[in-house]
Write a protein that binds this ligand. Structure first.
Ligand code: PRP
Ligand code: ZN
Length: 296
C-alpha cells in the first residue's frame, strides 16, 4: 500500500461499535466514500482524503506516528494508549457524541461485592491493563491484572480471573455472560483526533476544512429551527423559553398589528414539554424544523 502524500488519511474502526457511526459522520460532512466493507482503504471521491479501516486499538499509533492525520476512536482506547505506549502525539479536536460507553469492572452475578476492597488479591482480566492498574493504585489496592486481547467476558467461567474489566455499552455482553458491573473506571465517547506532527500547509488546510464541516454536522445534530407567532406582550417570556437560542429574529406580521413571527435556531433538543411551555406563554402556530447544514 503506497500512501499518497497529497491526500489526508483518516483512520476509522474497521468493524465494531464505532464503524457505522464513523462512516455516517463523514458522509454527513459531505464525503462521498466509495464502498466495499471488506477493503482496508477507501477513496473519498469528492475530497482529497482516503479512509483507512483498522482495528480501533491501532488508531492512536497511526495518528501519533502521522501515518494518518486524523482518526475517529473511543477515548477509552486513547486513554489506555496514553498510559501505556510512548508519546501520544495527537490532540482531540472534536467530541463526537456517539460510541458512549464505560470501562467497568464486573463480577459474576452470584459473587458478593462490597466495594473496591473486595478486589484485594483478586485477578482481573482486561484489555485495558494500564487503566485498571491506575484505578487500583489510586485506591491503594493490590490486585493482579491479567491482560487479554479479547473475549474478556469468558475469563471468570474459564477460571482465568475472578473479575473482568471491559467496555460496557448496552450491557448485553455482560448479561449474556452472567456478569454484573461493580465499578466504573472510565466514561468514554468517540472523538476525532488529529496528529500533532507537522503535516505541511496543504494537509493542514484540508484538515481545517474537514474539521469545519464536522463541526457543522455536530452543531446541526441537535439543532432545530423554530418558527412561531406571538403577541408583543409575550415576546420576552417566549424568548427566554427557547432552548439554546441566541437572539431570535422577530418580524412583524403583515396586517396584524401587535403580532410577530419569531424565528430562532435552537442548539438543544426541542421537546414536547418545551412546545407546551411556549404555547402557555402565548405562542401559536409553532413549527420545529430540522436544519440540514450549518457553518458558523
Ligand atoms: C466492547 C466489549 C464488548 C462490547 C460491550 O467491545 O468488549 O464486546 O463492546 O457492548 P455491550 O455492553 O453493548 O454488549 P468494543 O466495541 O470496544 O470492541 P473491541 O474491544 O473488540 O475493539
Ligand atoms: Zn478494540
Amino acid at each position: 500500500m503506497t500512501v499518497d502524500q497529497s491526500r489526508l488519511h483518516i483512520a476509522i474502526q474497521k468493524s465494531g461499535r464505532l464503524s457505522d457511526y464513523s462512516r455516517q459522520l463523514l458522509r454527513d460532512a459531505g464525503l462521498r466514500i466509495q464502498n466495499g466493507k471488506n477493503d482496508l482503504t477507501a477513496r473519498v471521491e469528492n475530497f482529497a482524503a482516503d479512509l483507512m479501516f483498522v482495528r480501533d486499538d491501532d488508531i492512536p499509533t497511526f495518528v501519533s506516528d502521522g501515518v494518518c492525520e486524523f482518526g475517529i476512536v473511543g477515548e477509552n482506547v486513547l486513554a489506555e494508549y496514553a498510559l501505556g505506549e510512548g508519546e501520544a502525539r495527537f490532540e482531540i479536536v472534536a467530541r463526537l457524541g456517539f460510541g458512549r460507553c464505560s470501562l467497568r469492572i464486573a463480577a459474576p452475578e452470584t459473587s458478593a461485592y462490597s466495594g473496591p476492597d473486595t478486589l484485594r488479591g483478586a485477578r482481573i482480566a482486561t484489555s485495558y491493563p494500564c487503566l485498571v492498574r491506575r484505578f487500583l493504585e489510586e485506591r491503594g489496592i493490590d490486585a493482579e491484572v491479567v491482560k487479554m486481547r479479547g473475549a474478556v467476558e469468558l475469563a471468570p467461567r474459564l477460571g482465568i480471573a475472578g473479575f473482568v474489566c471491559d467496555i460496557v455499552s448496552t450491557g448485553a455482553t455482560l448479561e449474556a455472560n452472567g456478569l454484573r458491573a461493580v465499578e466504573t473506571v472510565l466514561d468514554s465517547e468517540a472523538v476525532l483526533v488529529r496528529t500533532a506532527r507537522d503535516i505541511g500547509e496543504r494537509k493542514t488546510g484540508l484538515g481545517e476544512s474537514l474539521l469545519s464541516r464536522i463541526d457543522g454536522v455536530l452543531a446541526t445534530r441537535d439543532s432545530k429551527y423554530i418558527m412561531l407567532n406571538a403577541t408583543e406582550e409575550s415576546l420576552e417570556k417566549i424568548s427566554a423559553i427557547l432552548p439554546g437560542a441566541e437572539a431570535p429574529t422577530i418580524v412583524p406580521l403583515h396586517g396584524r398589528p401587535g403580532h410577530f413571527a419569531v424565528h430562532a435556531v435552537c442548539q438543544e433538543s426541542v421537546f414536547w414539554e418545551t412546545l407546551q411551555k411556549l404555547k402557555d406563554a402565548g405562542a401559536s402556530a409553532i413549527l420545529v424544523v430540522p436544519i440540514e447544514k450549518m457553518m458558523m
